[in-house]
Design a protein around this ligand. Structure first.
Ligand code: GDP
Length: 328
């Protein structure tokens, strides 16, 4: 149990940028116990005025594309420039993806040892919504702790990219020099989320393939509906092993972020993200209240049976259930 005094101390330690306090606070935010949730809420509310000051970058790509190697090289570079970097991960399916654990410190050893870096693996959780909420709240915490750059890493398979794109300022897609074949495999929807595409492993024998892949992706992106008017995502080649393109990638990210700010788009983007987060929570809380109410669960089962056997229209049944809820 954390006492009120401990929670004030925790808040102060986070404000000072203490990484151990930050880790404890994120654990608190990730907890599903009601008492912890109340403390997490109080802590986040107290820290809220100190949030929002980081550049939030989503980073995605299929397993093995080189995400952790890139984040390590990129992280060391930006920290060298004086930034403080937090790396969070979203992996709702399981903590393991393609043999590697997202945000695993052993995959980013140099970065993990650096006091200006903070690395946190994905919270465990069965639903994407739950994992996404905890990650959003972790973003707030790292910002309150003074980290001015937040990378939210996710694997480029499934729904998690969309969830990450909805919590960051800009979204980076990492693709391998496999080029054409892989291009077929990457879902159009994921490509449409990208603000910047990085072709990884542009070194040694893979260099010509990386150049071809970059041209293929640039071409494919030109044919797509742009996320922002007149802004086709840039495609750059990087080699984390040789350190090639890291500086250019960082410049491109900064330029993109600056252009969002100049056009007033960043503020609008964050507003709309907060708005949809809020409405998602309203829906989540309502569903949870229904699903944790015994009478409602029973009633829902009856109505659901009518729906699945074709006796009731889903919409009408849902309305009947909510009417019952209001009366309960
Ligand atoms: P992740 O699963 O996307 O995080 O990928 P990893 O960062 O673990 O890298 C997967 C594999 O690709 C590893 O064997 C890396 O050594 C290799 N790799 C990563 N970056 C580069 C690079 O810049 N050049 C080359 N040649 N190999 C790389």
């Amino acid at each position: 149990m954390m006492k009120a005094k401990d929670s004030v101390l925790l808040e102060q330690s986070i404000r000072r940028g203490d990484r151990r306090a930050l880790a404890r606070a994120i654990t608190l935010v990730e907890s599903t116990r009601a008492a912890d949730r109340a403390k997490a809420e109080a802590l986040l509310t107290a820290l809220l005025p100190r949030t929002g000051n980081a550049m939030r970058i989503g980073i995605s790509g299929p397993p093995g594309v080189g995400k952790s190697t890139f984040i390590e090289a990129f992280g060391v570079h930006v920290i060298g420039e004086g930034h403080r970097l937090a790396v969070l991960a979203v992996d709702p399916s399981s903590r393991r993806s393609g043999g590697s654990i997202l945000g695993d410190k052993t995959r980013m050893e140099t970065l993990a040892r650096n006091p200006k870096a903070f690395i946190r693996p994905s919270p465990a959780g069965s639903t994407l919504g739950g994992v996404a909420r905890r990650t959003r709240e972790a973003v707030f915490l790292v910002e309150a702790a003074g980290f001015d750059l937040v990378l939210v890493e996710t694997v480029g398979v499934g729904q998690s990219e969309t969830a990450v794109a909805e919590m960051v300022d800009l979204f980076v897609l990492l693709v391998s020099p496999g080029g054409g074949d892989e291009l077929q495999g990457i879902k159009r929807g994921v490509m449409e989320l990208a603000d910047i595409v990085l072709v990884t492993k542009a070194d040694g024998e893979l260099r010509p393939a990386a150049a071809r892949a970059a041209a293929d992706y640039a071409h494919a992106l030109h044919l797509m509906r742009p996320k922002y008017p007149n802004a086709v995502p840039e495609v750059l080649q990087v080699s984390a092993l040789e350190g090639r393109g890291i500086v250019d990638a960082w410049s491109a990210l900064q330029d993109f972020h600056q252009s969002l700010q100049n056009a007033g788009q960043l503020a609008k983007l964050r507003e709309s993200q907060l708005r949809s987060w809020f409405w998602n929570e309203v829906q989540a809380i309502l569903s949870e209240e229904i699903l944790t109410n015994k009478d409602m669960v029973e009633q829902a089962r009856v109505v659901e049976a009518d729906v699945v056997t074709g006796r009731a229209l889903p919409y009408a049944a849902a309305r009947a259930l909510i009417r019952h809820f209001r009366g309960s």
